[in-house]
Design a binder for this molecule. Structure first.
Ligand code: DGL
Length: 266
């Protein structure tokens, strides 16, 4: 019997930033990466429409791939549907990706933190609740970017990014107030770590860019355990890791990118 995979889900290529960490921590696992590219970008969807869409899609994905666990490697989706997914599929473990506001609040020295995310994530009650719960002692600025996820997609496929556009999108993150400056920017969209070098280059001053990918991968590992410790371990299943595109149309640069990540297109 083949081993049940770890399913990693995003609207596009952003979840690959989580997949690469998950692979390091769980090298013997089989992965299925699902990009809902037919619906990209999630940041522009209205909430009821996106909630219904993801719940529907997950019914089909769980049937088709029978994963052991699903990692929602997308802030825009997790902040909206993680609770609804757990309710709809009660026996199945889900790991969500939500803005790393708590660690940012713990680490900031200046007390000025910015959260860079899609317009959807910035609007969510979930995000506001995280701030109220964990960051009352600092000032959190929420910046919704219409363009960065798309720029990351272009960069990863075509190797090109417009640095002026990156600069324009990140500039509102940088605040100076009474001699203090923003010192942490939370990357609250899984696409953004792909652009972090360009962000560093175009930023007005150095900050800590907080990427939660490793923490997400650790959480997944903690839920399913290390393979060597499990009796049902099946090290020689030999099946390939897959990439699934909901559009059914991965173009050549996308196929090449997936190949680079060791994924075969399903
Ligand atoms: N990667 C997704 C996230 O973490 C968002 C990209 C999109 O707008 O679809 O929020």
């Amino acid at each position: 019997m083949s081993e049940r995979p770890v399913l990693v889900f995003d609207s596009g290529i952003g979840g690959l930033t989580v997949l690469r960490e998950a692979r390091v921590l769980m090298p013997d696992r089989r992965f299925v990466y699902v990009a809902d590219d037919a619906a990209f970008p999630y940041g522009a969807w209205d909430e009821p429409g996106l909630r219904g869409h993801i719940l529907n899609l997950f019914g089909r994905l769980l049937d088709r791939f029978q994963p052991e666990i699903s990692v929602i490697a997308c802030n825009t989706a997790s902040t909206l549907v993680i609770d609804a997914l757990r309710e709809a599929f009660p026996g199945h473990p889900f790991v969500g990706t939500v803005p790393a506001i708590k660690p940012a609040a713990e680490r900031t020295r200046s007390g000025l933190v910015s959260v860079l995310a899609t317009p959807g994530t910035v609007k969510r009650q979930y995000t506001r609740d995280l701030i109220r719960q964990w960051a009352t002692k600092c000032h959190v600025r929420l910046i919704g970017s219409d363009r960065l996820a798309g720029l990351a997609e272009i960069y990863m496929r075509d190797g090109f990014v417009n640095e002026d556009a990156v600069r324009a999108e990140i500039t509102p993150c940088f605040v100076e107030h009474e001699g203090r400056r923003t010192d942490i920017v939370v990357l609250a969209c899984t696409h953004y770590p792909f652009l972090v070098n360009r962000m560093r280059k175009t930023a007005p001053w150095p900050v800590d860019w907080l990427d939660p990918a490793e923490a997400i991968a650790r959480r997944a590992l903690s839920l399913i355990g290390a393979k060597e410790n499990r009796e049902e371990a099946n090290p020689s299943s030999g099946e390939k890791d897959l990439a699934v595109f909901t559009s059914g149309k991965a173009d050549f640069p996308t196929r090449r990118l997936m190949q680079g990540f060791g994924l075969s297109i399903a």
